[in-house]
Write a protein that binds this ligand. Structure first.
Ligand SMILES: Cc1cc2nc3c(=O)[nH]c(=O)nc-3n(C[C@H](O)[C@H](O)[C@H](O)COP(=O)(O)OP(=O)(O)OC[C@H]3O[C@@H](n4cnc5c(N)ncnc54)[C@H](O)[C@@H]3O)c2cc1C
Length: 546
């Protein structure tokens, strides 16, 4: 009889609690003392390559956060008597190297099911490479994919998984109504206890190694240096939170937001804020890297509801987590269309390239204070409120008419909570490319409603510190005498094109190309053909949100 090695290939599931792969490894290890468990994480160079539009996809802030997540997982695994092997390179090569090759040996690779093409293509490459290596020595290698990133398990959702979720609604409300009425959230899977994963085998070397920023395959040495700097000292004092990666910090944040501060009980009223740590949960970065599962968050909310209070706020965090699920399943259904210029609806619109506008948007110098403040916050801290994201996305895509994928790329580079399905799904929707109505935000009115005194704007746009609230949405409209007195030095609003939204139609028949994907080419979830109809075009209208 040969040996059995179980490789836990951690990706966006950097936790021990409620992790189906970890639980499965513990079960396999309990079946025989000959089973050895090797937990591994790879900083895969694929994610660090520039996007199709030339922007480095993995930024310094996310580099720091991910290093912290991986370090925290390593510490937790060591506390159990196991460890985490950390590598940089290609997952395919690293995991193939871990494959046993002796006669009758078997290697079982456990990994979380992913929904987008780059990740699923990576699975296939790992599977192929490990099989080939095992076969060379008359051994065997298999991969098990375990679902784990959503609140509702894919096997429980009331949609046709076998047809690639072809009956999944393309808008949120019917999706939510169906999942809430038809399925239950499964129980949280307990974390393993000491020694359940056994000790890592002595034959595998390199467990003592943890990469530094300069070891990560960043697109440039400047990004690596910036990452190093962020680790060593410089938390911007205006950051909403000192985000530190890792499961222990994620669980501490859940505990704080629910039990220690009771902020959960007022979430509905505060969620549109932009300043401070507590207007929203700030769980997104940890959820994106899988340091905490949405199921754990919801089970804690349910406990809070039974022990403290149940109200609209406690429900609303669950509501938001269902949005997160929606975008995961939406990505699975539509495959690479979420990366295409004409989106999942196949809508044609006149997008343009304008380097001046794009640069102003990225650097927070558009002359629109709410946009500039949010964009500066993102670049400095890796975070932006949901209110801010809606506004800056609407401005870039719908007001400026810039190819919205440049915006999605920029977010991918900067956001600590970057999640492929949430980011590209939200951008595609914000650009009006998922079908249905188009929600264009009135930036001046949004400023008045959500930052009437300009407190948030002044935090990030220092040159507006002296501008009275009455002129905060458009400082250059202040009387000349006032502008001179305060020495206002802020750009005029960029001139933007007038856009005709009725032109956004969907072409009849299947997409004929020209949209140009943002990432890889695979189609993991399949897709439905575009049905460009007059009714659909007629349903497109410009809602200016107040
Ligand atoms: C253009 C654009 C891009 C976005 N990109 C991302 C992204 O890459 N990663 C990401 O996690 N969120 C993304 N969002 C969604 C949302 O803005 C963030 O999840 C939220 O602001 C994070 O703050 P929070 O954790 O305090 O959220 P809370 O308000 O506390 O909400 C709780 C959780 O619900 C989930 N959630 C809330 N709103 C959404 C939403 N619209 N879509 C998906 N999940 C949601 C998040 O996991 C969040 O942590 C994007 C939104 C827009 C408009």
């Amino acid at each position: 009889m040969g040996r059995t090695r179980v490789v836990i290939w951690f990706r966006n599931d950097l936790r021990l609690l409620d992790n189906a792969c970890v639980a499965r490894a513990a079960t396999l290890a309990s079946e025989s003392s000959d089973v050895e468990v090797v937990p591994v994480y790879v900083f895969d160079e694929t994610y660090f390559k520039p996007s199709k539009r030339g922007l480095a996809r993995f930024g310094a802030g996310r580099g720091k956060f991910t290093l912290e997540c991986v370090g925290d997982l390593k510490t937790s695994l060591r506390a159990l008597g196991s460890d985490l092997l950390v590598r940089c390179g290609k997952s395919r090569d690293v995991i193939a190297e871990l494959t046993l090759t002796g006669a009758n040996d078997r290697t079982i690779i456990l990994t979380q099911t992913e929904v987008t093409s780059e990740e699923t293509e990576m699975d296939v490459a790992v599977e192929r490479a490990t099989r080939e290596r095992a076969r060379g020595g008359a051994a065997s290698a298999t991969m098990e994919r375990h679902w784990g990133s959503t609140l509702y398990h894919i096997d429980d959702v009331p949609f046709d998984v076998t047809s690639g979720l072809s009956d999944l609604p393309d808008v949120f409300t019917p999706f939510r109504n169906k999942v809430e009425s038809k399925c239950k959230v499964r129980d949280v899977i307990p974390a393993p206890t000491a020694n359940e994963l056994g000790h890592v085998p002595a034959s595998v070397e390199g467990f003592e190694w943890m990469p530094k920023p300069s070891d990560l395959p960043f697109a440039s040495s400047e990004i690596a240096m910036d990452c190093d700097k962020r680790i060593k000292d410089c938390l911007d004092e205006r950051s909403v939170l000192d985000f530190k990666g890792g499961e222990s910090n994620a669980l501490a944040r859940v505990k704080y937001y629910l039990w220690e501060s009771d902020r959960l009980a007022t979430y509905f009223e505060t969620r549109n804020g932009m300043l401070g740590g507590d207007y929203s949960t700030k769980l997104a970065p940890w959820l994106a890297l899988g340091c905490v599962s949405p199921r754990h968050v919801v089970s804690e909310i349910r406990r809070y509801e039974s022990e403290r209070v149940e109200n609209k706020s406690t429900y609303w965090v669950i509501f938001e987590l269902i949005w997160r699920d929606f975008f995961k399943f939406f990505a699975l259904k539509h495959g690479n269309k979420i990366f295409h210029l004409d989106g999942t609806a196949g809508r044609r619109a006149s997008w343009k390239r304008d380097e001046k506008i794009l640069k102003a948007w990225k650097t927070g110098t558009t002359g629109y204070p709410l946009i500039d403040a949010n964009m500066r916050e993102l670049a400095a801290t890796g975070f932006m409120s949901n209110r801010g994201r809606q506004n800056v996305a609407s401005w870039l895509a719908l007001d400026a008419g810039i190819d919205w994928r440049h915006g999605a790329d920029w977010f991918e580079h900067h956001l600590l909570d970057y999640d492929t399905a949430s980011n590209w799904g939200n951008w595609c929707a914000a650009a009006g490319m998922t079908g249905g109505r188009i929600n264009r935000f009135n930036i001046a009115k949004q400023t008045k409603d959500y930052d009437p005194a300009g407190e948030y704007i002044k935090t990030w746009v220092k040159e507006l510190a002296e501008v009275p609230a009455a002129y905060i949405a458009d400082p250059n409209q202040a009387p000349r005498e006032l502008r001179d007195r305060i020495g206002l030095n802020y750009p005029n609003k960029l001139a933007l094109p007038r856009r005709d939204f009725t032109e956004m139609g969907s072409p009849p028949g299947p997409r004929r190309g020209g949209g140009g994907g943002g990432r890889g080419r695979g189609r993991p979830g399949g897709s439905t053909p575009n049905r460009g109809t007059k009714a659909r075009v007629a349903s497109v209208y410009d809602t200016v949100y107040g």
